[in-house]
Design a protein around this ligand. Sequence first.
Ligand SMILES: *Cc1c(COP(=O)(O)O)cnc(C)c1O
Length: 390
Amino acid sequence: MTKYTRSGRLQQIPPYLFAEISKKIEQTRKKGVDVISLGIGDPDMPTPKHIIQELERAANDPRNHQYPDYEGMLSFREAVAAWYKRRHNVALDPVSEVLALIGSKEGSLHLSLAFVNPGDYALVPNPCYTPYRTSTILANGIVYDLPLLEANGFLPQLDKIPKDVVKKAKILYLSYPNNPTTAVAEKDFYKEVVDFAKDNSIIVCSDNPYSEIAFDGYRPLSFLEVPGAKDVGVEFNSLSKPYNMTGWRIGMAVGSEELISAMATVKNNVDSGVFNAVQYAAITALLKTPPSHIETLNGVYQTRRDLAFDTLTGVGIQAKKPKATFYMWCKVPGGYTSAGFATHLLEKAGVVVTPGAAYGSYGEGYFRISLTVPDARLAEAMERIKKALK
Ligand SMILES: *Cc1c(COP(=O)(O)O)cnc(C)c1O
């Protein structure tokens, strides 16, 4: 029985994908099955020691026990700017072009609340990481789907968007290296995006949390590396994936001063920023982590990727070897829907994969696995899948 009617906004939000998956896992575990979840992208390895030690030090300093600045400490924003300069050769003004986020996930809601009016469109890739879609809905905007098709390298075709939609569009969401498809984007595509955004006064939001998770020598770009990008967009990045810090909740928005300042106004009215001790730890992560950390991390994911690729293609599943991200995006075998196949694997192998349709209708026909489980568990999952699909 419910006493209160939920807002129309909230009623439009589909159930959170991982909440549904968690329920199914729970039910199967209750039956005594040792379920292995390849469903959620959450690094299994610990945060490096030097980062934890800096948190400890900063947490012991009473000056950090008071409210933080909602936009982030200047020293954190300077560290972000230094990191972007070193890693991407992108120059950022730490005062006006960098904003601390409580994890990058919240950024798309700030951007939507800052710029989307009821009836405005947001151009949202399908399939996609769900917050782009849901933050548009929470701002009473309208989601216009951009199909990501394998034939186009999972890049949206901007010239196929109807003129009247382009006119009403406020934000274009992009995310490469892409979750869930693992696709990457190159400079030519980003140049086309900048021209499209300029011509149509559309804000580009490039969500780039996997910029450091890449294999075989591949180095993902930042959208901001393309000339003119900073005039039309923001990029989100995050400490979560490269430093195994998903639980710490710290990320950043960088780019256009005008967009950053509007997002900051929303934030200022919603929360009070990131715990300073976490920001100190993030500074250490960005500035003092030896390059060997990322090399080792990516080495582990690459070995897992190769094992998963060999196993899955060995039982006839079609998949491409990803250049980046810690996912694999695979074709569902003939005769199954993506949800049906995920259920089949849970029942027959006790292995959780994410059905592609959970990321949007164009994800139908695919499933995603995450490589963020310990080596031995992944090996066990692969053995079980092999047996189940024989
Ligand atoms: C993991 C992930 C993020 C990062 O989220 P945080 O809130 O920074 O932990 C953002 N976007 C995508 C597509 C992701 O997969």
